[in-house]
Design a protein around this ligand. Sequence first.
Ligand code: NAD
Length: 493
Amino acid sequence: MSATSSSSQNPAVSLRPPADASYYAASIVGFDAADAGRYALRSPATGEVIAEVADCGVAQAKLAVDNAQRGFEAWRRTTAFERSALLKAWHQAMMEAKEVLAVTMSREMGKPIREARGEVDYAASFLEWYAEQAKRVDGDILPSQHPDKRLAVLRQPVGPVLAITPWNFPAAMITRKVAPGLAAGCSVIVKPAEQTPVTALLLAQLWQQAGGPAEVFQVITAERPAAVSDVLMEDRRIRKVTFTGSTPVGKHLYAKSAATMKRMSLELGGHAPFLVFDDADIEAAVAEVMASKFRNGGQTCVCANRIYVQRGILDAFSERLTAAVDELRVGQPEDETTQIGPLVSQAGRDKAQSHIDDALTKGARRLTAEREVDGFFVAPTVLADVTNDMQIMQEETFGPVAPLIAFDSEEEAVAAANATPFGLAAYLWTRNLGRAARVSEALDYGIVGVNDGAPSVPQAPFGGVKDSGLGREGGRYGIDEYLDTKFVSTRLD
Ligand code: NAD
């Protein structure tokens, strides 16, 4: 296989945002629409059917693995420089298609259009970064105690990969997995969230337009994930699974992976604490809570979920935060002025609303003004007097709700922050250098933002501890997940 020739294009997919219930085929080499069902994709903002999408099953899953195995055998023999060139071309194609991708995400899952454009930039940055990193997968030569022996350590691709991705970052959660996988020499099958299949299909189309071989990056769409994931999980040829989503599904897949001993990366739920100490710059802390908590309508796994404020500044902080939240513009996702769109689904809306209702019933106070909203929309809300017995303190809300809790001492704040099975991201606000170092080291989390509410960048490791998962994405750490380490000991004649 030449890295610049595409052995099989998929003509059924065209580069257009979903509208008028138009049909999208799966991006699987040899896919025949007549063999698969189809399902309706609805806008979370209006309830209208915006697309029909291939509903794949067992036959398509098997076909995808056959292709991925064949694709891998050829792809692994390309040079790192060829793979790098293709990733760069894909990055370029993605940037040229920025508006189509952004509109697609807005329509599929309700992300405000300005945020959607930002996600395209962020998602594409992984292609660029791993295009460069592809060329830096070095091995080692080890010193030997025997003069006639040569000891080499090789880094080789693990094999065909299954990537299962969520709906909240429909593009970035794909590129953060696929870019290092392809850079390492693996082929990848993406099973996108059933809510956001079109973004994934457009990314596959752009890959092929950039000259990428169709078997090397495929997208299998399905309304019910288990219909295809069971086949993919049980197939020995899939050597690695990388998953982003909820903790229960992650644990289910982890258990299933044991039978065929797959490598696993799991990016699961969070329940991020945000500690604001009384020496903090309050204005800056409020601005970053706004960015962290209310981005994507609060539907991010690293968003501030529990906001602990030292008692002496609680009133000043609450007042400023409430004023800022009351100014947030709720509206249709494609409106340029919208800051808060709908939540992704009825279930998402019901969960966030039930966290608000439960807290109010148990004694919390709503600080923000009430607003009339309907459908899947939830009014952005700040809650005061929140206590540990409330649901909102026990699990992530995945909605635009900010609970405030007072604390007195540093020890108390750290203990409260760590008192959860989750450990993805945590944040702290302080001007005291000693405290910044002490607290960031004491927090049992994979990512810590010190006076920084948005730490994610392509070159840094992203991932959690405890029930938030295992493995890391991003940077040189992220590509290790797709590489096996082989030791070659050679005795010379
Ligand atoms: P989800 O776990 O239901 O779905 C995620 C993906 O898993 C989707 O593609 C879905 O189709 C698939 N899936 C669901 N059930 C499956 C099964 N039985 N077998 C195989 N695949 C299955 O999660 P969600 O509700 O769509 O997403 C929100 C969750 O994801 C939140 O809990 C959030 O914290 C988490 N998340 C984590 C990160 C991270 O990087 N750590 C990022 C985004 C979202």
